[in-house]
Write a protein that binds this ligand. Structure first.
Ligand SMILES: Nc1ncnc2c1ncn2[C@@H]1O[C@H](COP(=O)(O)OP(=O)(O)O)[C@@H](O)[C@H]1O
Ligand SMILES: [Mg+2]
Length: 251
């Protein structure tokens, strides 16, 4: 298989392969020459302060925003060239997850399943597998808008997993919930990764950075560091990831 084939299953075992990815808005550069490789099955933490460019980068990797320059392969698909194939291979849980508040849990599942061409028995089987895992089995007739935030987050995660994506993009999936709900959410992320899904996740919570195999830190559109949490502690002399983050961002 050729590494340059635009829909090969992988580039040497890489789920995400990014070179020089840049996005400008007018004369402001939100993402500036991003170089990044994420291995298949990895849990990769994409960290950065508010406004660093994380969401802009993720939207480009998901084929939702046109890069100004640079290239990206995601799940073996060249971004910007094969939008439909890319959509089939990735899951995306956006920062303001796009559930329908006035639809029930089941109706949201049906709606998002439909987007990925999943309906009838296969959709029923998949939701019967996923909803108990997400702790939503007894909430199926509850309107999404009436769910506590932690449940909503798990439903949004479930909706992004219906079509069994190879690469899952999570943009601040645990924002605003308590540590117990966050821990529970991370158990679900681990289960997905253990099943072979690559997870690309942004977070503000530095304790969560410790749960990632490797993390990158972005400052004003540029990556300033990329390593394992242990490697970054050794590099910066930081005690924990909070400390590492502050040292790198203030440097
Ligand atoms: N559509 C847009 N037009 C103009 N500026 C934008 C647009 N989208 C994002 N930005 C700017 O790009 C920067 C990075 O934003 P974003 O990617 O949302 O950061 P993060 O997700 O790391 O908080 C911010 O300064 C933001 O205001
Ligand atoms: Mg963001």
């Amino acid at each position: 298989m050729s590494a340059t084939s635009s829909t090969s299953t992988s580039v040497d075992g890489l789920a995400v392969h990014v070179r020089g990815l840049t996005r400008r808005f007018g004369d402001f550069t939100a993402v500036d020459g991003l170089d990044l490789d994420v291995r298949e099955g990895e849990i990769f933490g994409f960290l950065g302060a508010n406004g660093a460019g994380k969401t802009t980068a993720i939207r480009m990797l998901c084929g939702l925003l046109q890069p100004s320059s640079g290239s990206a392969m995601v799940a073996g698909v060249e971004v910007g060239r094969h939008a439909r194939e890319l959509k089939r291979r990735i899951g995306y849980m956006s920062q303001r997850f796009s559930l329908y508040d006035d639809l029930t849990v089941d109706e949201n599942v049906e709606f998002f399943g439909g987007i990925y061409g999943l309906e009838g028995a296969p959709l029923r089987e998949r939701s019967e597998e996923l909803l108990p895992l997400l702790g939503l089995a007894d909430r199926r007739r509850t309107q999404a808008g009436a769910l506590p935030l932690g449940y909503k987050q798990r439903l949004a995660l479930g909706c992004s997993l219906l079509h069994r994506p190879r690469v899952l993009f999570l943009d601040e999936p645990t924002g605003g919930v308590d540590p117990v709900a966050r821990r529970r959410f991370w158990d679900l992320i681990y289960a997905q990764a253990a099943a072979g899904t690559t997870v690309f996740v942004t977070t503000h919570y530095m304790d969560e950075a410790e749960y990632c195999g490797r993390v990158s830190i972005m400052v004003q559109g540029k990556l300033v560091a990329l390593d394992t949490p242990g490697g970054l502690k050794a590099l910066t002399g930081g005690r924990d990831m909070q400390d590492v983050f502050l040292r790198l961002v203030e440097a």
